[in-house]
Design a protein around this ligand. Structure first.
Ligand code: SF4
Length: 202
């Protein structure tokens, strides 16, 4: 399958997830604290390379792939490469510099559940949201057990790996995931022609 076909399938999967998340958020009124980037600033985030294929494709299309790959190879910081610090006092204040192309993990965290050992969905979210909304979290936790109306991590990762098993089924540190995705696109277009009309469709 071509890179562009994979990118389109991943974007379609993300669009379906975004729809489910919107429904979940409308129902629960649960949202991140404004300006908080604590989870993006976490040095231990992991992701699959495949979820960053749309990001790496648009980096390639914009002509910055080699430059960004160099930056990823020379990274000194451990936080996510795309995290943009907005405060010199507090590292946890910031945002994603390419929110539109963020990965699957970034979309799921705080908006999805994993299935616990009793077979019940359990919301995966951060400490700040839990501490700020204890009653709401309690209510949501009980609602999702009865309604099952919440995106599941396993479901979306399984659907992602069906697009490309090799790139979708390995989980690595987030910056390495971006690097592998970028190398995949560069490698693909060193053997396949790149049509400039794609520049407008990306
Ligand atoms: S890609 Fe963006 S949303 Fe995802 S962890 Fe990095 S900065 Fe945060």
């Amino acid at each position: 399958m071509s890179i562009i076909s994979k990118v389109r399938l991943i974007e379609h999967l993300f669009a379906q997830l975004d729809k489910e998340i919107n429904t979940f958020r409308l129902k629960t009124n649960l949202d991140c604290v404004s300006g908080c980037g604590k989870c993006c600033n976490n040095p231990d985030i992991e992701a699959s390379p495949l979820e960053f294929l749309p990001w790496s494709f648009q980096v390639f299309v914009s002509g910055k792939a080699e430059d960004i790959l160099k930056q990823l190879n020379n990274l000194q910081e451990t936080g996510c490469f795309l995290y943009s610090h907005l405060s010199i006092i507090d590292d946890n204040i910031g945002n994603c510099s390419d929110y539109y192309h963020r990965g699957l993990i970034c979309r799921l965290f705080g908006n999805a559940a994993h299935v616990n050992k009793y077979g019940n969905p359990e919301l995966i979210t951060c400490k700040i949201i839990k501490e700020n909304n204890p009653e709401k979290i309690k209510q949501i936790s009980s609602d999702i057990i009865s309604s099952r109306n919440i995106p599941l991590f396993t479901d979306y990762y399984m659907r992602l790996s069906q697009i490309d098993f090799k790139l979708g089924n390995i989980i690595v540190p987030i910056n390495l995931a971006m690097k592998i995705a970028l190398e995949e696109v560069l490698n693909y277009y060193s053997y396949h022609p790149f049509h400039s009309r794609l520049r407008h469709s990306a």
